[in-house]
Write a protein that binds this ligand. Structure first.
Ligand code: PEP
Ligand code: MN
Length: 263
């Protein structure tokens, strides 16, 4: 079902906040985690002013250490619902556990499946039964075929609204957090009709490298970006080093618009 052979035309996902795929370029932005109401609403307001249509932040965080900030859970979902209501932004947030599926689906316009859960088949089947689009991140060491097979689990349950998201893979290179694999975009587009976004924040792990890779992703044919933005990155509870502050995001936003014009 995920293959271009089965369905030659691009999958387009129409949402009230904007269409994903089919020639439009979608920027999804926000802090890594919902840390508290004030910072989330402040970020939502800023992004809305810029013209961003989708806010992404995690209420449930997959952290390497069990002692690190795990997210606000249900309280985080309530704060996201507030941002949605106040600013009309589409909400993208991660689901980590089948038991939270209903609660997350109620708030999210797009449900994110994180890299670490790309092959959590029970979770994939569960979101396959949700009537919400799913943003499926590429696993840390998944081939394109494995990634598309993970998408297939969701499609096979009857949910055809799947968005791929390249977020970097693990390689021998240690100059960045992960190795952002922009070279996966052309084959992903050739093999599959699903839209593909790029996450240069997790892909590089360093905020200085986010703008060049974001621009490169646009040039390489991605359908959009997922970018971490925080009002005070140095104080962030997760992923501060890779988060853009507001001025850096604004600058990148204008550069993307200029590049889009010449492409
Ligand atoms: C995230 O989006 O904040 C996240 C944890 O991403 P990934 O699953 O790609 O590591
Ligand atoms: Mn993050």
């Amino acid at each position: 079902l995920a293959s271009r052979e089965m369905k030659p035309d691009d999958t387009v996902i129409p949402l009230p906040q904007g269409t994903i795929g089919g020639g439009s370029f979608t920027v999804i932005a926000g802090p890594c985690s919902v840390e508290n109401e004030a910072m989330l609403l402040r970020t939502a307001e800023f992004l809305r002013q810029q013209g961003v249509r989708f806010l992404r932040a995690g209420a449930y965080k997959p952290r390497t250490s069990p002692y690190a900030f795990q997210g606000l859970g249900r309280q985080g979902l309530r704060i996201l619902a507030q941002a949605r209501q106040r600013f009309g932004l589409g909400i993208v947030t991660e689901l980590m556990d089948t038991e939270e599926a209903e609660a997350v689906a109620e708030v999210a316009d797009i449900i994110q499946i994180g890299a670490r859960n790309m092959q959590n088949f029970a979770l994939l089947r569960r979101v396959g039964r949700c009537r919400k689009p799913v943003l499926l991140k590429r696993g840390l060491c998944a081939t394109l075929e494995e990634w598309l097979m993970a998408a297939e689990y969701i499609l096979a349950e009857g949910n055809y609204q799947v968005i791929l998201c390249e977020r970097g893979v693990r390689t021998f290179s240690d100059h960045s957090r992960n190795t952002l694999d922009l070279s996966v975009i052309p084959p992903a587009k050739a093999w599959s009709h699903l839209p593909i976004l790029v996450d240069p924040s997790h892909g590089t792990g360093k905020r200085a490298y986010v703008p060049p890779m974001a621009l490169a992703a646009l040039a390489a044919g991605a359908d959009g970006l997922l970018i971490e933005v925080h009002p005070e990155p140095d104080k962030a509870l997760s992923d501060g080093p890779q988060s853009l502050d507001f001025p850096a995001f604004e600058q990148l936003w204008h550069r993307l618009a200029r590049l889009a014009e010449v492409l």
